[in-house]
Every structure is written in structure tokens, then in C-alpha cells.
Design a protein around this ligand. Structure first.
Ligand code: ATR
Length: 275
């Protein structure tokens, strides 16, 4: 049987998801295809209905529809409900169920690249940013049992919305910079530093300790200014393309019930991105 998969978003012509999921299909010997569907907001409802009618196995959703799609689905997984955004939809016998794989994808990629964090749930974590990506990562970290997570953001009120009652976990960018030596793991979740604004960085790292792990979810470029500065300080770095790969792996798992092997895909994806 030919399995149909796809991606809905705008603009998505340069998305790497078709490459990733086509490899997963090959690696698991499923026969299928992954197509991209560029949509305007007016077309979204019709497109979602078409996906259902065509009997697709599932699809991904990206900017700008991760929230707008929610009322068009039949069911929401509890994590997607908490995050308030959907990036993966499963067609389960004609019912569309929304999931969010960003947070778990990030966590998997981190714990595989830096296994030393797994048994050390007391590490002090700083999340930079308070958008949709930060929200997903925050919940995944909490769910995994990490005990100390602070959030810093340009707009502090948005950080407060994520943490709920524990407002003291939210700090200004200035305070974060001043006290950066306190943190063992720093996760950059904003789009600051993304091509074509590679010269930007959301946070000065002069107080970073050399034993820290510094992660940036931006993957274009692979070496953001943030990560270059972290490496220059002697810190260990964690690249954004790994989150891209593992959030896709978790989506594939939701669609097919098996974890697709990556084989050499991490190296290949890095090469692709390096051009
Ligand atoms: P996503 O869903 O991809 O996380 P988002 O919800 O638009 O995107 O969130 C973008 C994040 O990047 C926010 O934390 C935003 O900060 P604000 O909440 O203050 O807007 C942050 N961000 C975007 N541009 C920024 C900039 N120039 N400087 C600092 N933070 C920025």
C-alpha cells in the first residue's frame, strides 16, 4: 500500500521535511510519498478536509498554521493541548488527531548527544525565548523530570504565561546575562540569529561557564553566532538540526508505530545544510 504523507504551511518550498521523511520511508521499507502543500489561510480548511478524504496516513503542519489548524481537527493529544500548537497530524480511521513533537524531539536529540544530562535532573537550565518552540521544550523538560528551569525573554510576560504560578522562574535578559555562570544548560529557542540575520544573538555569553552545554534550535546557519561564542568559551554545543531530525522521527513514529532508524542521516543533514 502506498502511504501518503505531507506538510502544510507557507512558505515551505525549501523545507527539509520531504528529504527527512523520504529517508525514513526508505529506512523502514514502507512504500509512500511525502508531498508539500503550500496553503493560504483561506485554503486551510479545504486542504485539511482533502487530506482526510484522500486517506493520507498523516501530515506535518508548520508556520503559520500550527495554532490555526487546531479547531479543524477531531482530537488533540494532551501535550499538543498544553502547548497550544500542533505540528503533526495522524489520520486514525478518518479522525484527525493533532500532536506536537517539537519538545520531545528536542529532548531526544539532547539526551542522545549529551547522555550525561539524563541522570542529572538537578542541572540548572535556562530557556531563552517564550514562543511556541520554548513552550514545547519547557513541557518536555518538565515532563522528563528536570527540576530547575528558568526562562528569559525580551517580553517577560510571555515567559510568565509558560511557567504558570512560579513567576520567580522568569528573569530579564539582563539578569540572565549577569548570572549566566549559574547555568549548566542554556537553550536558545528564538529565531534570533537565523539566516539572513546571522550577525544577531539574543544574549551575551561573557559570563558563560566553560562546563556548560549550549543549545540553539536555529539550524540555518548550523553555526549560529550564539553557538560560535559558546564554543569559543569552551562550552559544549548542541545543534538545531538534531532537533529537526528527532521531531520528525517522533512524527514518523506517531504515523507508523515504529521508530525509524536514522542510519547516517544526522551526518547527511549536516552536510546538506552546510551546502
Ligand atoms: P516560535 O513559535 O517559533 O517559537 P514565536 O512564537 O513567534 O516563534 O516566538 C518568537 C520568540 O523569539 C519570542 O520569544 C520572541 O520574543 P518576544 O516574546 O519578546 O517577542 C523572540 N524574539 C523574536 N525576535 C526577537 C528579537 N529581535 N530579540 C529578542 N527576542 C526576539
Amino acid at each position: 500500500m502506498m502511504e501518503q504523507l505531507g506538510l502544510i504551511g507557507y512558505p515551505i518550498k525549501h523545507s527539509l521535511s520531504p528529504w527527512i521523511h523520504t529517508k525514513f520511508l526508505e529506512n523502514t521499507n514502507f512504500k509512500g510519498s511525502y508531498s508539500i502543500f503550500e496553503a493560504r489561510e483561506d485554503d486551510l480548511l479545504h486542504l485539511v478536509q482533502t487530506m482526510k478524504d484522500k486517506g493520507v496516513r498523516g501530515f506535518n503542519v508548520t508556520i503559520p498554521f500550527k495554532q490555526k489548524i487546531i479547531p479543524m481537527l477531531d482530537e488533540l493529544d494532551p501535550t499538543a493541548m498544553k502547548i497550544g500548537a500542533v505540528n503533526t497530524v495522524l489520520n486514525h480511521d478518518g479522525r484527525l488527531i493533532g500532536y506536537n513533537t517539537d519538545g520531545i524531539g528536542f529532548l531526544r536529540s539532547l539526551e542522545i548527544s549529551h547522555p550525561e544530562v539524563v541522570d542529572n535532573k538537578k542541572i540548572k537550565i535556562l530557556l531563552v525565548g517564550a514562543g511556541g518552540a520554548a513552550r514545547g521544550i519547557y513541557y518536555a523538560l518538565k515532563q522528563a523530570g528536570y527540576l530547575s528551569i528558568n526562562i528569559t525573554n525580551r517580553t517577560i510576560e510571555k515567559a510568565e504565561l509558560i511557567v504558570g504560578r512560579d513567576k520567580s522562574a522568569c528573569i530579564s535578559l539582563k539578569d540572565a546575562e549577569r548570572n549566566l555562570q549559574e547555568y549548566d544548560l542554556i537553550i536558545q529557542t528564538t529565531n534570533v540569529g537565523m539566516r539572513p540575520n546571522e550577525e544577531n544573538s539574543p544574549l551575551y555569553l561573557h559570563n558563560l561557564k566553560s562546563t556548560a552545554i549550549v543549545s540553539d534550535i536555529v539550524y540555518q546557519p548550523i553555526w549560529t553566532k550564539f553557538l560560535k561564542e559558546a564554543e569559543a568559551k569552551g562550552a559544549k554545543v548542541h545543534h538545531g538540526y538534531l532537533m529537526l531530525l528527532y521531531q520528525a522521527q517522533f512524527a514518523f513514529e506517531i504515523w507508523f508505530g515504529i521508530v525509524p532508524p536514522l542510519n547516517e542521516m544526522d551526518k547527511q543533514l549536516k552536510q546538506l545544510l552546510e551546502g
